[in-house]
Design a protein around this ligand. Structure first.
Ligand code: ATP
Length: 455
């Protein structure tokens, strides 16, 4: 089994991620987070919010509607231009992104055996043959936004869209934020939420979903008088993104900056970096960082007819701020963290999550399940820790098996209540990564773990 297969199988077996609607045969690019996956994802989002909103003075939060006035998407250019070039196989009628086809062709050139070995269904006709250029239609543009309709009448005036990114709400609410919560530039608005894209390419687990979550910041700055003025902020965000990799335990050796060259960037962007990650299926985008100039606010000002300028008291002038946009995908974070954390030797498989991200922080075990005084003592420890930390209880089988079971889901500490506990009120704490044990007094446990969990 390769790493990806191991992760997908562990995720299903232990309740991190399930195929969505599985009893009905599933749905492509849709996955459900199970009990442990839900905790992991929540911990990532909480850490992000603490890092970029609560611990900074210059970022405010927002939680906007998923379905916005459709004019938003006309102004932003999504109705017209949020498209992927698509090719269709004339034989099997499969559709896929043109860039995926080009990548496949490159691989084919490098290694002719890939034709036989490649099992990615995107490139194999129902006839079993790899696609050939002559089998394909010319490329055409396919809009990735999901359309829906508001109200009971189905006509052009009722069309609405599920948002394809969280970013636009932060521009559309810009004046409301400024007038209710005055801030001096530079300042940012942060949002975490769902986004929807009718992606053409399928597969690769959590990498490319049709419904996914983003964590985005629009960081507003005064119009720069020279390149240094925006580059300074851009580089601060670049650094902050690298720090984030360390704080969530994404292997920085597997992260690469891909500077998008002139001509390939969106026309309004002066600089874009894709932070790419070495997934088992290739090196692909994980996060992005773009300097979007004043494009978005200017467009919304023009389309809405509302004043979206910022008044600068110091210079007594009004202007449209420029924006730097760092963006993180939540689901790709989950995937990169799982891939970076998985560790295995001949005895055990471990998810070496950072403690602050681990779905369960500690598991409490009575050494034996048939001694009432030990079980009661363990229950008391469990009940008191549960008030502060996500704690699990396990009294099944032998201790060794219980350790292995917790290692596999990334629980950093296992606490055992044994005969000695009854004498001196100490318990053993076994560390997931070193497997070393130490004895700690029960009244000291809360302080011990609060210190360990500081991020
Ligand atoms: P890609 O080139 O892989 O399609 P993108 O450049 O379209 O990605 P952005 O529009 O920059 O992506 O979106 C910001 C972030 O949202 C990405 O860096 C990624 O983490 C996440 N993201 C985008 N599309 C998806 C998707 N279909 N499934 C999961 N996450 C996604």
């Amino acid at each position: 089994m390769d790493l990806m297969e191991k992760i997908v199988s562990l995720c299903k077996r232990r309740g991190f991620v399930y195929p969505s609607s599985e009893i009905y045969g599933g749905l492509s690019n849709a996955w459900d987070y199970g009990p442990l996956g839900t905790e992991l994802k929540k911990n990532i989002k909480d850490l992000w919010w603490r890092t970029f909103v609560h611990r900074r003075d210059d970022i405010l939060g927002l939680d906007a509607a998923l379905i916005m006035n459709p004019k938003v998407w006309q102004a932003s250019g999504h109705v017209e231009g949020f498209t992927d070039p698509l090719r269709e196989c004339k034989i099997c009628h499969q559709r896929f992104r043109d860039d995926a086809w080009k990548e496949f062709q490159k691989e084919l050139k490098k290694d002719s055996s890939i034709k036989a070995a490649n099992t990615d269904p995107v490139f194999i006709c129902t006839t079993g043959k790899a696609h050939e250029e002559k089998d394909l239609t010319q490329q055409r543009n396919f809009n990735l936004m999901f359309k829906t309709q508001i109200g009971p009448v189905e006509d052009d005036s009722s069309i609405a869209y599920l948002r394809p990114e969280t970013a636009q709400a932060m521009f559309v609410d810009f004046q409301n934020i400024l007038s209710s919560y005055p801030k001096k530039l530079p300042f940012g608005v942060a949002q975490i939420g769902k986004a929807f894209r009718n992606e053409i390419t399928t597969g690769n687990f959590l990498f490319r979903l049709r419904e996914f979550e983003q964590m985005e910041i629009e960081y507003f700055i005064a119009p720069p008088k020279n390149d240094n003025e925006w580059q300074k902020y851009y580089e601060q965000w670049q650094k902050a993104m690298w720090q984030w990799f360390d704080s969530v335990g994404i292997d920085r050796n597997k992260v690469h900056e891909h500077e998008i060259p002139d001509g390939e960037r969106a026309h309004y962007s002066k600089r874009t970096i894709d932070f790419e990650f070495d997934y088992p299926f290739g090196t692909k985008e994980l996060y992005g960082l773009a300097y979007r100039t004043d494009y978005d606010l200017s467009k919304h000002q023009k389309y809405s007819g509302r004043d979206l300028e910022y008044f600068d008291q110091e210079t007594n002038s009004k202007f449209i701020p420029h924006v730097i946009e760092p963006t993180w995908g939540v689901d790709r974070s989950v995937l990169a963290i799982l891939l970076s954390s998985y560790w295995q030797d001949e005895k055990r498989a471990v998810l070496k999550f950072k403690p602050s991200l681990a779905p369960i922080k500690m598991a409490v075990f009575p050494l034996v399940a048939n001694k009432e005084n030990i079980v009661n003592k363990a229950r008391n420890v469990y009940e008191s820790l549960k008030k502060y930390f996500v704690t699990a209880w396990d009294d099944r089988g032998n201790i060794g098996k219980r350790y292995l079971s917790q290692d596999e889901i990334g629980t950093p500490w296992c606490l055992t209540i044994d005969y000695q506990t009854l004498d001196d009120d100490t318990i053993t704490i076994r560390d997931r990564d070193t497997t070393k044990q130490q004895r700690v007094k029960i009244p000291d446990l809360k302080k011990y773990f609060l210190e360990k969990l500081e991020d």
